[in-house]
Design a protein around this ligand. Sequence first.
Ligand code: NI
Length: 265
Amino acid sequence: MTKPPGKLLPLVAALLCGAVLAQAATPSDHSVTSAAAPVTQTPSHGLQPGTSKRGEPSSTKQAAQPSQPAVKPAVAKPPADDWNLAAHGKVLYLTFDDGPQREWTPKVLQVLRKHKAQATFFVLGIQVAQYPELLAAERAAGHHVGNHTWDHKTLTLLPDAKVRQEIATGVKSKCLRPPTGATNAKIAAIAAAYRQRQVLWDVDTKDWEKPGAAHIEHAILAGARPGAIILMHDGGGNRSQTVAALDRALTKLTKLGYTYRALPC
Ligand code: NI
């Protein structure tokens, strides 16, 4: 959305619209679950009392409301529990890195759809710039999106300013998966400054080594346990083995009672 050109009449309308949009922005950012919603709501609430351009009655109302602080306690608690991944029974968290990619991302999406599975895609900014429609397709299908930086540099080898740049130019998300999993306390702190939680994995299928579909399938099955985060790739090379392995593994795991959710990113 762009703002209308600055003239006086539209300005008032724009201000009103802006207020509505500010409210709407939070829920429409699909990855924002109960976790972040409260955080953003608090400041937007503060806009109302500021300068009442049109609300004649509101000024009188506000004068009569000295006991506003009561609002605070309602917020602030829920986020942490979302990450208690093992607490949801036989749920697996499938993750796909290095996409979106023109050929393989749609195939991964197709397999996920077939098995009614939700997943998380840790995307590269440079890939998203090339295939924004695939990112949109991931989100439209209910999957979540995490930041895998702009172009997959090893963050631990970069000066701070460059680390910030890599993170800031990646996709907007509440999660960061540092490329190759290379991280340290400094990277974690920088990520936290961007309100991004580092998310690694429990099961590395090593699908990027192309060890054969059977090998990848076995890695998924062997690693499956409640709450496990499973690492696969939809970008960075030919992913036909990943797609085949995913299909077979999900068929078996579903029979075992597993379901598949997106991470709270
Ligand atoms: Ni990667």
